[in-house]
Write a protein that binds this ligand. Structure first.
Ligand SMILES: Cc1ncc(COP(=O)(O)O)c(C=O)c1O
Length: 463
């Protein structure tokens, strides 16, 4: 059933050289004795706000495989929440980190210069679509990239209102949390957030209230924006930015239709509003292009990145048209953002994604979509399979006709998959998220899908 990979690229051979780092291998009950000890200590000393779905206690990783503290190996289709783009501990990324750590660990790009910072900025800048030159600000995380984008949009427009979308996730610090409308738990108990933020529905084709398709869903939302929000709440001349994930991540791996993003760009241009594209999860090659927004032919004014940008080192960035990023020295800064070791990891990551993994993500992603194309026919609890490249969402329902959500079934599948050696995460209320490292080959895709199908079948028996 498992077919041989068609071709192996040079660095995927290096990264996954030994067969023991290719597929799952379980050697103890889960959790094993060492994991159990860590879980006990964690329960005593760690903040209870973390959201662990299953007891994986990671010790080391290579390629798309993670080994736990008891020697169990898991095929990792979560990639540290879509972060380990080049796989775990790619030798080229490790070497770049080690060399840089031995040379210079910190200097602070806010106050001093170092060679690799503008070097990486130049590489990133040219990947962002649009004729105008771009400028880059480096951060430590996704939420900081969004915070910076919000500040820049206010500064550049001298306006203070924002439009964001239900279901979107932009981070958990106070500014980005004001834009996030993913789960009320993320806001509950934290009091007042930024004022001047309105949320409108995201074009979610599978659940489109107007019965549209994945190509046409969303026209009514744009009407609501122009006909209601702009007429009754915010004059468009007061709106600094509209922020959107071109593929909703935490919200359930939901792509926005191309026409919707294009129309949003038109509306932004018409009113001098900054179009801010949050590509923290969808960017850095995951969809087969540098940025998911390229698939729709739009040119954002500001683009936010993080997660996969440095293979797991804490780095983020926001990238803006140069005529937008004109703020004065001191108007924005950071002590650690763009730290030399993170930038070194970013440069190595960039080269790997550019030379092979971006293309691989597109090809293996297409392969997975082909293999799962009939899952809605085969499995009565699979409502929808969607996404692009290696950003794949499988929505689990109780009933395909009524589309009643199956969050318990989804959670059960995630747990069963772990117990069979496959790490995945949920997204949204009832969607399975596949976000493996961009280097996976067909053999690993086959293995993951075989496990997943078994788990779906088992959960189906309980539906
Ligand atoms: C689209 C998007 N934006 C922003 C963030 C926040 O990133 P971070 O957790 O690095 O702050 C996330 C994290 O999941 C995200 O998916």
């Amino acid at each position: 059933m498992i077919t041989a990979p068609e071709s192996k690229t040079k660095s995927s051979v290096i990264a996954q050289s030994k067969s023991e780092w290719k597929l799952p291998q379980l050697v103890t009950e889960l959790p094993g004795p060492n994991a159990t000890r860590v879980l006990e200590q964690d329960a005593r000393f760690m903040s209870p706000s973390y959201t662990r779905d299953y007891p994986l206690v990671a010790k080391r990783g290579r390629g798309a495989v993670v080994e736990d503290v008891d020697g169990n190996k898991f095929l990792d289709f979560a990639a540290g929440i879509a972060v380990c783009s080049t796989g775990h501990c790619h030798p080229k990324v490790v070497a770049a980190i080690q060399e840089q750590a031995a040379e210079l660990i910190h200097m602070s790009g806010t106050d001093f210069y170092y060679e690799n910072m503008p070097r990486f900025a130049e590489k990133l800048a040219v990947t962002v679509p649009g004729p105008e030159a771009k400028k880059v600000f480096f951060t430590n995380s996704g939420t900081e990239a969004v915070e910076g984008a919000v500040k820049l949009a206010r500064y550049a427009t001298r306006r203070d209102k924002f439009i964001a979308f239900y279901g979107c996730f932009h981070g958990r610090s106070m500014g980005s949390l004001s834009l996030t409308a993913s789960k009320s738990t993320q806001r509950k108990g934290f009091g007042a957030l930024l004022s001047g933020v309105e949320h409108i529905p995201y074009p979610y084709a599978y659940r489109c209230a107007h019965g549209h398709t994945a190509q046409t869903c969303g026209a009514e939302i744009l009407e609501q924006l122009e006909g209601q929000i702009f007429k009754r709440l915010f004059d468009p001349e007061e709106v600094a930015g509209i922020i959107i994930e071109p593929i909703q991540g935490e919200g359930g791996y939901v792509p926005a239709p191309d026409f919707f993003l294009q129309e949003l760009q038109r509306i932004c241009r018409q009113h001098g509003i900054m179009l801010i594209v949050d590509e923290v999860q969808s960017g850095m090659g995951r969809t087969g292009k540098w940025w998911a927004c390229e698939n729709s032919g739009i040119e954002p004014d500001i683009l936010c990145s993080a997660k996969g940008i440095a293979s797991g080192m804490p780095l983020g960035a926001f990238i803006a048209r140069e005529s937008v990023m004109t703020w004065k020295p001191g108007s924005h800064g950071t002590t650690f953002g763009g730290n030399p070791v993170c930038i070194a990891a970013g440069l190595a990551t960039f080269d790997l994604i550019e030379s092979e993994y971006r293309e691989n993500a597109g090809q293996v992603g297409d392969y997975i979509f082909q293999k799962t194309a009939n899952w809605t026919d085969k499995h009565k609890i699979v409502g929808d399979v969607r996404g692009r490249g290696l950003m794949i969402g499988i929505e689990i329902v109780r009933d395909q006709k009524t589309k009643e959500k199956g969050p318990d079934l989804r959670n059960h599948i995630v747990d069963l998959a772990f117990r069979r050696g496959l790490c995945i995460l949920g997204a949204g209320e009832n969607t399975l998220r596949l976000s493996p490292p961009l280097l996976i080959d067909r053999e690993q895709a086959d293995a993951a899908l075989a496990i997943l199908e078994q788990c779906i079948q088992e959960a189906e028996g309980k539906a």
